[in-house]
Design a protein. Structure first.
Lengths: 260, 327
């Protein structure tokens, strides 16, 4: 399967430090790809590069086989939506106003809100269970609620590719599960950075593990999430078994006290 | 529409206010005579007061109020800082320095007052943005850089005034620095009106892009906004508009700071409605403030910037306090 969104030997530096070091990956149409790695591995940076929010110093990010930088910004936004972690605003914006921001790439300056805009907003609110809070000021919501509203905004963009940076942060377990299940169920290609290996094993079709800006493993959860990999990348011992659905079940083993 | 009605009414009302005893009827007769032609029995002196003094002055007040309000709204959205405005970011003081340099020293030859103000505004703005970028580019850094820029350019203006101006010039310059619409004439109304209308149009066409900046530059880019181009266009537009207004009416503070907040409370943060409403409310506000500045200590006239500051500072403090409550 050829990917609609691919990275070809992408390198990127910030502040004189090489953050992304020759990463190549292909996201297949419709799949949910998990990006794993310890803090500072470059997950968020790679996501921004895939979204076209940063320009690679070397290599290229391709959308439909064409370098992302050659696409018009607006055309990209009509199909690629991004949810960043920890965003903030100074404005008194209601939930609905924020979700409607997602329609900007689809709207001309002279046209008002069309029926399609309205429908997309309503559906996005419904899918993220934020309809009931549509008139509330976004800044008065809890972290998890704010996160869901941002995801609703991204869904209102009606993307084909959805890129999410730590979307499960701030969410309680039920909403973590529901969110990832929703992303899987949507007819979108999703790239999700995750910290939680269990969630990654449960909800992702494929995983790519980054360490120090390089891809150290890629494949299905069963192929990637081995005790050796967890130990070498995260420095934590783990016991990995296979559950009844064939997905890896990870049991992390706390380090034993020395000299015992 | 309601806004336009109120604005027309305000301008008419402001034209009645003043030492010469003129009523609505006189004002209407004069304006009708000039606009539609024909002869009405009006004393030439009343005609002069209305047509040459009060009308252009009220119009210039409306234009400056609208323009400064728009500049404030644009800067607040682009900088994501509710306290940004041309005055706070040092653009106004840069424009003042440029204008004063041209007036007092006569350097620049072909460079007009507006030209001097424009160069000053652009230089000051560039300096403030560079300072903000060097110090990390955070939202608070822009304001700190603005404070530094304002101080620097005030000092530069002071040096120019003290080293080259005579007493008469100094008094004139100081009055003008505080903001004054006393010198309003038709040529300024035409220039400022055209520039203001053009800049409002440019900004309004970027309404959606401005909305997209609510969560910052990356979020705007992810919504399809060409961040660099939009920022460059809007910052240049604000600098131009500020420069033209400052060259006509001096550095009037707090209009750009306060009016966008008032407008946001009326129509919400969407720029398609926010920008026109800010322009209208700003226009109405400054027409009345100027009328007050002319009459409160009549026959002495207060610089209009003094009155906007008197009204603006309490509102400024209220905005700060409100921000704290939300956190």
């Amino acid at each position: 399967m050829t990917g609609t969104l691919t990275a070809d030997s992408v390198t990127w530096s910030a502040g004189g430090r090489l953050v992304i070091d020759g990463v190549s990956l292909a996201v297949a149409d419709g799949e949910t790809l998990g990006l794993l790695g310890p803090n500072g591995a470059g997950k968020s940076s790679l996501l921004r590069l895939l979204a076209g929010l940063r320009r690679p110093d070397g290599g290229a990010v391709l959308l439909d086989g064409r370098p992302l930088v050659d696409h018009r910004r607006r055309a990209v936004a009509q199909r690629v939506a991004v949810v960043e972690q920890q965003v903030s605003t100074e404005l008194d914006l209601t939930v609905e106003q924020i979700v409607r921001l997602g329609r900007i790439p689809h709207r001309g300056i002279w046209s008002g809100d069309t029926a399609a805009d309205h429908l997309a907003v309503e559906r996005a609110l419904e899918q993220t269970e934020t309809t009931a809070m549509r008139d509330r000021d976004w800044r008065t919501l809890s972290g998890g609620e704010q996160q869901r509203v941002q995801i609703a905004r991204a869904l209102a963009q009606e993307p084909r590719e959805l890129l999410l940076d730590e979307p499960t942060n701030h969410l309680d377990i039920r909403h973590q599960f529901e969110l990832l299940a929703l992303i899987r169920a949507l007819p979108v290609t999703a790239v999700v950075t995750l910290h939680d290996l269990t969630l990654a094993a449960l909800f992702c079709d494929r995983l790519v593990v980054l360490d120090k800006g390089r891809v150290v493993a890629a494949g299905t959860p069963a192929e990637v999430l081995t005790a050796e990999l967890i130990s070498s990348v995260y420095g934590v011992a783990a016991h990995v078994s296979v559950d009844h659905t064939g997905r890896p079940a990870i049991q992390l083993l706390p380090p034993l006290p020395a000299n015992t | 529409m309601l806004g336009f009605g109120l604005l027309a009414l305000s301008i008419a009302a402001a034209m009645i206010i003043g030492p010469a005893d003129l009523g609505f009827g006189d004002v209407y007769a004069v304006v009708a005579q000039h606009v539609w032609g024909g002869q009405v029995a009006i004393a030439p002196i009343d005609d002069g007061i209305v047509w040459e003094l009060r009308l252009p002055r009220a119009l210039l007040a409306a234009i400056c109020g609208a323009g400064l309000g728009i500049c404030g709204a644009i800067l607040q959205s682009l900088m994501r800082n509710p306290l940004a405005d041309p005055f706070m970011l040092g653009i106004s003081s840069g424009a003042s320095t440029g204008a004063v340099l041209v007036v007092v020293t006569g350097i620049g030859g072909a460079l007009t007052l507006s030209g001097g103000a424009f160069v000053g505004a652009v230089l000051a703005f560039a300096l403030v943005l560079a300072l903000a970028a060097v110090s990390g580019g955070g939202q608070d850094r822009v304001l700190l850089a603005g404070v530094a820029g304002t101080q620097l350019f005030s000092a530069a203006t002071a040096i120019v005034v003290f080293s080259s101006a005579d007493a008469q010039q100094t008094r004139g310059v100081l009055f003008w620095l505080l903001g004054s619409l006393a010198g309003a004439g038709w040529s300024q109304v035409a220039l400022c009106g055209l520039v203001c209308a053009a800049c409002l149009a440019v900004c309004w066409l970027q309404s959606d892009a401005l909305d997209a900046f609510a969560f910052g530059r990356d979020a705007a880019a992810a919504l399809g906004v060409s961040v660099r181009r939009v920022r460059a266009v809007l910052l240049a537009t604000t600098a131009l508009l500020t420069a033209v207004l400052v060259s006509a009416a001096g550095a009037i503070g707090f209009v750009g700071l306060v009016l966008p907040h008032a407008a946001r409370m009326i129509v919400g943060p969407s720029h398609r409605r926010l920008l026109p409403v800010t322009a209208i409310t700003g226009a109405i506000f400054l027409v009345w403030v100027d009328a007050a500045a002319r009459t409160v200590f009549a026959p002495q006239e207060l610089p209009v910037g003094v009155v906007t500051a008197l009204v603006g500072v309490p509102i400024f403090m209220w905005i700060l306090a409100r921000r704290r409550r939300i956190r």
